[in-house]
Design a protein around this ligand. Structure first.
Ligand SMILES: [Zn+2]
Length: 152
């Protein structure tokens, strides 16, 4: 019998992640469905993936208990390491009527797109120039600092 020993550092990293982003059955903060155009736009800056995670997410009632009436959404989440992330769900049964056992025309999309985390907004009062070509931007919502060098 083998056992994976979780180090204190691993456990702390896990706890910190869960405190910020929720657990396996939670929607992460600011979870929102977007159309394919907004999803494409969200990827325009060439985001990197720093972590992926599979979740089965449930809505919760006021007492934090799972509300099964609204169904479960399973998705793989992609974290970009800049306080944002995205997810897609695929449904190969979309448009298939399992009672009639035939394809039917309905609006259920086979792929749905989601974003989560901060919707960054530059705080103009905190923007400053660094050197000749670079600017530092600070997000007014999450406080994230980003340096963009436009020297090409
Ligand atoms: Zn932000």
């Amino acid at each position: 019998m083998s056992m994976h020993e979780v180090t204190i550092a691993e456990q702390e990293a896990h706890d910190a992640h869960e405190a910020e982003w929720g657990g396996f059955n939670d929607f992460p903060p600011n979870w929102r469905e977007v159309d394919p155009y907004e999803f494409a736009y969200s990827q325009a800056s060439g985001k990197v993936i720093t972590k992926t995670e599979f979740r089965q997410m449930w809505h919760r009632k006021d007492d934090r208990k799972i509300d099964r009436s609204k169904g479960m959404l399973a998705a793989r989440l992609f974290y970009a390491g800049d306080n944002t992330g995205w997810a897609m769900t695929t449904d190969f049964w979309a448009g298939y009527n399992s009672v009639k056992k035939e394809m039917v025309s309905d609006d259920k999309p086979p792929v749905r797109y989601f974003l989560f985390g901060c919707e960054h907004e530059n705080d103009p009062d905190q923007t400053r120039q660094i050197g000749t070509y670079a600017h530092e931007y600070v997000c007014a919502k999450c406080g994230r600092h980003e340096v963009i060098d436009s020297s090409g």
